[in-house]
Design a protein around this ligand. Sequence first.
Ligand SMILES: Cc1cc2nc3c(=O)[nH]c(=O)nc-3n(C[C@H](O)[C@H](O)[C@H](O)COP(=O)(O)OP(=O)(O)OC[C@H]3O[C@@H](n4cnc5c(N)ncnc54)[C@H](O)[C@@H]3O)c2cc1C
Length: 385
Amino acid sequence: LRREGFGGPIRVIGDERHAPYDRPPLSKHLLAGKVTAAQIVLHPADDLDVDWHLGRRVTGLDLPTRTLVVEGDDGRTDEPFDGLVIATGATPRTLPGADRLRGVFVLRTLDDSLALGEALAGASRLVVIGAGFIGSEVASTAKSRGVDVTVLEALPVPLARALGERMGGVLGRLHGRNGVDLRCGVGVAALEDDGAGAVRRVRLVDGTAVDADVVVVGVGVRPATDWLDDSGVALADGVLCDEWCRVLDHHGDAVPGVVAAGDVARWQARRFAAPLRVEHWTNAAEQGSFAAGTLLHGGGAGCEPYDPVPYFWSDQYRSKIQFVGHASGEDELAVVEGSLDDDRFVVAYGRDGRLVGALGLNRPARVMAWRARILDGAAFPPPTE
Ligand SMILES: Cc1cc2nc3c(=O)[nH]c(=O)nc-3n(C[C@H](O)[C@H](O)[C@H](O)COP(=O)(O)OP(=O)(O)OC[C@H]3O[C@@H](n4cnc5c(N)ncnc54)[C@H](O)[C@@H]3O)c2cc1C
């Protein structure tokens, strides 16, 4: 907003008490003890002139009066606004009974990461439930700290939703090669305690059990929209937005002066002809920036839509995984650089004769070249070089 020239007052309301910080290190360098909490704090420009309301939770939105209901230690206040950016992110899903046991963690916040790091210091056996990106990164980091790790995944291969089954299977091999026991197609029946309130083992639906001192539940997130339930904002696994990140109401009309960005926002993505919600760092930054522009200049027909080629990375076992674009289970695949048997390759994803994605393992510079080709609307299969 400031970069676009907005000179009015800005309030940022957030329920965490910490100054804003970078989340990706929570499962990587911070959990490994290689950086401190102070080193992952984001440093907004000094002249940002923002009024920070930290440790305060928004519990309601009243659109007719353009007011937020905000609760904190100092009680409840009503906060009027002219413009509103909804950027409440996502909340980890958990499992029944997980909350009442010591030694069971989810990982979303700085506090989660610090608590998990402390628990791992005294642990010898970690069970990670869910082989998504965060679960896989936790497994990798814990292994590097000398902990025995078992990863339990309900689906036949990991990362199938993000990358499709074939490539999920290829990347899942990283676990076994690095001494982590990945078990796919297994259901969790219960978390069992040691009789004194701490987790002792994970019981599987086939009756067997895996011992654990620490359990991380990494079974995905849900968009943080509870506070919007009765607001009139359209919700469908996220806050529904149009192509300019303008928040929609139940009639499908844009609510004036209300935009959304980041993990919470599901916007109409023109390039992929689909409503997309992206749970990755680069999108949060790019969409936040775009949404600020919409708030100031309006958006709508005649303006450029928000139409990025999404990008994410994940660091596991000294390997860098990167993906650009948007994958679906039905995409065609072509290995365009290296070989799947090596630890260095690029695989292109195609749909309806068009290049829609590229996955790289340990090919950082090359993946960005493929992002440019997707932006250019390149054909699939790509010509051989
Ligand atoms: C452990 C971990 C590792 C990750 N690693 C990677 C990675 O390697 N690569 C990558 O691309 N992405 C990664 N991500 C994802 C990336 O961090 C997220 O996509 C990004 O943080 C989303 O930003 P956001 O601002 O939309 O939401 P968030 O970062 O979740 O911020 C939302 C904030 O709003 C607060 N909030 C929620 N509800 C309310 C309310 N009602 N009132 C007040 N405040 C509220 C939340 O507490 C939170 O502080 C990782 C995420 C995690 C958790």
